[in-house]
Write a protein that binds this ligand. Structure first.
Ligand SMILES: [Zn+2]
Length: 192
């Protein structure tokens, strides 16, 4: 699945979470950083791919990407499993706690959740692709939905580009339209 589909799916998952949970007061800065963290989480599992957009834009990205690919066991391996979810959950939490003293106006708890929602949405979305996801590593089986590969999506294929991506855009439009008052409340009263 492409980076932009992953980011849109991550954003969709974040929007759904906002709709389903009661609103909390957050600082404007926390809101912005949370959306960015959500996007980063949405593509983070693919740091195990040396050609990921993540690495392409960095000067020595290719080298670092290749090294990380080896460390994580290759593409769609450790970072695409439940163990990977826990590893990244722990790592990102540690990093945010380290940064907290310098950014006391940020609610790291919310930012961490936004990152993890993006991260998990990535694995769910990858499950709909032909390659599948090794959720239960070290059990070396890749799982996918539906179980038959033939009915799954091809990364960057016509179905992803012309059905899934526009479908997600429409779904987000629907979410924001049908929960308009909640989002209005969020922007008017909860952000400070
Ligand atoms: Zn992936």
């Amino acid at each position: 699945m492409t980076g932009r589909t992953h980011d849109l799916a991550a954003f969709t998952a974040l929007s759904l979470t906002i709709i389903l949970l009661p609103l909390n007061k957050v600082t404007f800065a926390t809101g912005i950083v949370a959306v960015v963290a959500n996007m980063v989480g949405g593509i983070a599992p693919d740091i195990d791919q040396p050609t990921a957009p993540f690495w392409r834009n960095l000067p020595i990205g290719g080298v670092v990407g290749r090294a990380l690919t080896r460390l994580l066991g290759g593409h769609r391996f450790l970072s695409h499993s439940i163990i990977g979810v826990f590893l990244f959950a722990w790592g990102s939490r540690y990093l945010l706690e380290l940064l907290h003293p310098s950014f006391t106006n940020l609610n790291m708890e919310i930012i961490w959740w936004a990152f993890m929602i993006g991260f998990v949405s990535h694995l769910v979305m990858d499950s709909f692709t032909r390659e599948g996801v090794p959720w239960l590593l070290p059990v070396p089986v890749k799982f996918g939905l539906p179980p038959f590969k033939l009915f799954r999506l091809q990364t960057g294929g016509i179905l992803e580009k012309f059905i899934l991506f526009p479908g997600l855009v429409i779904f987000n439009g629907y979410l924001y339209f049908s929960n308009y008052s909640k989002f209005l409340d969020l922007f008017k009263n909860q952000l400070k």
